[in-house]
Design a protein around this ligand. Structure first.
Ligand SMILES: Cc1cc2nc3c(=O)[nH]c(=O)nc-3n(C[C@H](O)[C@H](O)[C@H](O)COP(=O)(O)O)c2cc1C
Length: 212
């Protein structure tokens, strides 16, 4: 696939078909992601992928907790959006307004609490002992993983929702307390649901770029 096509085709998919991704494809996507750069080649990440019954168990538990209104307790701290600073706050407010008013996002909350009906979820962890630079490295790993997935015909969804209840992930995948769960990336094949037609824009490049 042309790189520019891969870049554009990678969008957040909020509803997946009931179709498994083969273990071979999952392995190849992770292998591609290992090309991501990291501080002194520290490669601090580990990847745990839930599929089949394991995925379903996590989804059941997640829905129960959501219905009870349980507050999220992700391994990384979460801040009120007002405290993120002007640029990200303005962008998030614009995005949230669009989510709340766009008809394609009518089932936004349902999609979140059902973990997108995803057939698979890749969880990325780092040792608790590593510095914040390993979070940076894991971001690079995550994007490489998602672009590889797109290139191999697999769609993805990275979300806070995926990791807001870390206990259910630890229990189902035997992840130790010594590892921080940094990201959860749903993987699968996009359904025809209208939620997947939601469009997003970006700021004009001139607004974020300085070249001197
Ligand atoms: C760290 C992170 C957390 C996110 N959390 C959520 C989430 O909880 N729910 C959701 O619907 N989207 C979530 N998203 C998806 C973003 O809203 C999405 O990436 C952004 O709007 C840009 O859209 P695009 O991915 O389609 O290009 C998250 C994305 C990132 C990178």
């Amino acid at each position: 696939m042309e790189f520019s096509t891969t870049l554009k085709k990678r969008i957040s998919i909020r509803d997946f078909k009931n179709e498994q991704v083969s273990k071979e494809i999952l392995r190849n996507i992770v292998s591609d992601a290992q090309q991501a750069p990291s501080w002194a080649n520290s490669q601090p990440w580990r990847v745990y992928i839930a599929t089949g019954e394991t995925m379903k168990n996590i989804q059941k538990s997640h829905l129960k907790k959501s219905e009870k209104g349980l507050k999220g307790s992700a391994d990384l701290p979460v801040k009120d959006i007002q405290d993120w600073g002007k640029l990200p706050f303005t962008n998030m407010s614009t995005w949230l307004d669009k989510v709340n008013s766009d008809a394609t996002m009518k089932d936004f909350l349902t999609a979140n609490v059902n973990l997108w009906n995803a057939p698979a979820m890749a969880y990325l962890t780092i040792p608790k002992t590593t510095p914040v630079w390993s979070v940076y490295d894991t971001g690079a790993f995550a994007q490489t993983l998602m672009l590889s997935a797109t290139n191999r015909g697999v769609d993805s969804m990275v979300a806070y929702e995926n990791i807001k209840y870390p206990d259910e992930i630890r229990e189902n995948l035997d992840i130790k307390e010594e590892e921080l769960i940094i990201a959860g990336i749903a993987l699968g094949y996009r359904s025809e649901d209208k939620i997947n037609t939601f469009t997003n824009s970006r700021l004009a490049t001139e607004e974020i770029l300085t070249i001197k």
